[in-house]
Design a protein around this ligand. Structure first.
Ligand SMILES: O=C(O)[C@H](O)COP(=O)(O)O
Ligand SMILES: [Mn+2]
Ligand SMILES: [Mn+2]
Length: 559
């Protein structure tokens, strides 16, 4: 029994034993696609992953990792780490942030909630600031939702609106930010004609300004703070479209890495610093890259960087980003209630867990895995290890990242026999894939494959079981394609590099000496997705999954 009185006891699996060490490996951004020169996984030497596919067809299959299979609004929505790891850990499909915000805007419920009422109190006298990612990527935010929110707020009394934009180029094509900024500018110009003083006030590239995660580099958040709150940045422009066009011409920059800028008036004065009495909304729905800025905006007690000024604002997130910290305390849309995750169940059923990644993905196998909840369920049963990531670099210059270090930590945890589940995320194919550097991504895929080998060798030694899968596609397709699947060229005849995730399915392989001989993938779950993995893993630990979990992918046949 848990402290709440809920019965966490899982039924014994009728055929599978308990106590085996299960090595659970998530390759970040590793999908299955046609083998061609833009498929970095195909081009790279990946003998271990290849052997799973070729060696044991009944223990290798593909699962869906995008669209409705992971709770996203449509089948055109690519998968991402948040929804992917949520599904892997929770074993059920929850309507995710993107979808919840769509419906709250459509029904108008967003405007009836506590969060909106709270910020609305600032409207008569002060400015409403909106900070977030400007694109239609649908991973962290969506431009159409921003426009609806601006419209809705202005109709409900917001007279002065300032938007602080973060340019994307990571979930969408590099170079597309100019177009998104134009769309927003045009919309704000229409509002100005209706008497609402609405403008873009500052900006910067998402990877260099504001959207860091898991406390990898507070300098990123500080650059945003200086521009958004203090109105200070190295670059000043009269409008955002001009800012983006100009700054993109600087060497080594891109939408993702644009330096911070502020918009100034004809006297050179910033048009939108954040001051006492203002309302602020961070309009991203996705959690990981909003937690740090939320702390800076909300916590009176804060020592991560010198804020210089800490204005008394009314702050709300689009969603609550951390369910454990209850951060932020005010929000516009209720987050998905991802409860009773597999991690929590396993702590009550004697399964000791070790989880590890490097900083940039650490929260994926902990926070996202556990339903956007930071911390341990039970520190006696769990150990989470974070390997510090390199900061201040783009990962194409270091494509091996910390794969070996992660794998060695996992190996040691497996060999220690202190844990029944050892879970890692290997970031390489995703983080390097996002840079759009094909050669470096090939190196990244090879490095991830080598790390898998280190972990499954340890599993061999202890007579354990491995489960190798991925959270969504990325490195298997590095080029934008037309409907026929042919690479698209830009106006200069160059191929259009795809920095984003894909709609592809991902592999899952099971094996190892501890796997009971008759275990194989069922044939009757052809549409299986990431949410089916949790029940599968519970079985491999010797338990039946709870009845409301998505069904297991495996069966045990008599040989
Ligand atoms: O936040 C990011 O880096 C990208 O937008 C999505 O990548 P992830 O979902 O793999 O983290
Ligand atoms: Mn991912
Ligand atoms: Mn990614």
């Amino acid at each position: 029994m848990g402290s709440s009185g809920f019965n966490w006891k899982l039924a014994d699996h009728p055929k599978l034993p308990k106590g085996k060490t299960v090595g659970l490996i998530v390759l970040d951004g590793w999908g299955e696609a046609n083998p061609d020169q833009y498929n970095c996984i195909h081009v790279a030497e990946t003998p271990v992953m290849d052997s799973f596919k070729k060696g044991a067809p009944e223990r290798w299959r593909l699962v869906r990792a995008h669209g409705t299979a992971v709770g996203l609004p449509t089948e055109d929505d690519m998968g991402n780490s948040e929804v992917g790891h949520n599904a892997l850990g929770a074993g059920r499909i929850f309507a995710q942030g993107a979808k919840l915000v769509d419906s709250a805007l459509e029904t108008g419920k967003l405007y009836e909630g506590e969060g909106f009422k709270y910020i609305k109190e600032s409207f008569p006298t002060n400015t409403l600031h909106l900070i977030g990612l400007l694109s239609d990527g649908g991973v962290h935010s969506r431009l159409d939702q921003l426009l609806l929110l601006v419209k809705g707020a202005s109709e409900r009394g917001a007279k002065r609106i300032r938007v602080h934009i973060l340019t994307d180029g990571r979930d969408v094509l590099d170079g597309s930010s100019v177009g998104f900024a134009e769309t927003l500018e045009n919309y704000l110009a229409e509002l100005r004609e209706k008497g609402v003083d609405a403008q873009i006030a500052s900006g910067g590239g998402r990877m260099y300004v504001t959207m860091d995660r898991y406390e990898n580099d507070w300098g990123v958040v500080k650059r945003g703070w200086d521009a958004q709150v203090l109105g200070e940045a190295p670059h000043k422009f009269r409008n955002a479209v001009e800012a983006i066009k100009t700054l993109r011409q600087e060497p080594n920059t891109s939408d993702q890495y644009l330096p911070p800028f502020v918009i100034v008036d004809e006297n050179g004065k910033p048009v939108g610093p954040i001051v006492d009495g203002d309302a602020v909304v961070t309009f991203n729905f996705r959690a990981d890259r909003m937690v740090m800025i939320a702390k800076a905006l909300e916590y009176a007690d804060f020592d991560k960087f010198d804020r210089v000024r800490f204005p008394k604002i009314r702050y709300a997130g689009m969603l609550q980003y951390d369910g454990e910290l209850k951060l932020p305390s005010k929000y516009l849309v209720e987050p998905p209630e991802i409860d009773r995750t597999s991690g929590e169940y396993l702590t009550y059923n004697g399964v000791r867990t070790f989880a590890c990644s490097e900083t940039v993905k650490f929260g994926h196998v902990t926070f996202f895995w556990n339903g956007n909840r930071s911390g341990y369920f039970n520190p006696q049963m769990e150990e989470y290890v974070e390997i510090p990531s390199d900061s201040g670099i783009t990962f194409n210059v270091q494509p091996k990242m910390k794969a070996v270090e992660i794998a060695e930590k996992a190996r040691d945890a497996i060999l220690s026999k202190k844990f029944e589940q050892v879970r890692v995320n290997l970031p390489n194919s995703d983080m390097v894939g996002h840079t759009g550097d094909i050669e470096a991504t090939v190196v990244a895929c090879k490095a991830a494959d080598e790390a898998v080998k280190i972990i499954i060798d340890a599993i061999e030694q202890v007579g354990g079981i491995y489960v190798v899968t991925a959270d969504h596609g990325n490195a298997e397709d590095m080029v934008k394609r037309n409907k026929k699947g042919q690479p698209l060229l830009d106006k200069n005849g160059n191929i259009q590099i795809l920095t984003s995730h894909t709609l592809q399915p991902v592999p899952i392989a099971i094996g190892g000496p501890g796997l009971a001989p008759g275990v194989q993938f069922r044939k009757d779950v052809p549409n299986g997705g990431l949410a089916n993995v949790a029940a599968t893993v519970m079985n491999l630990h010797g338990f039946e999954a709870p009845a409301d979990y998505e069904t297991t992918l495996i069966e045990v046949v008599d040989n």
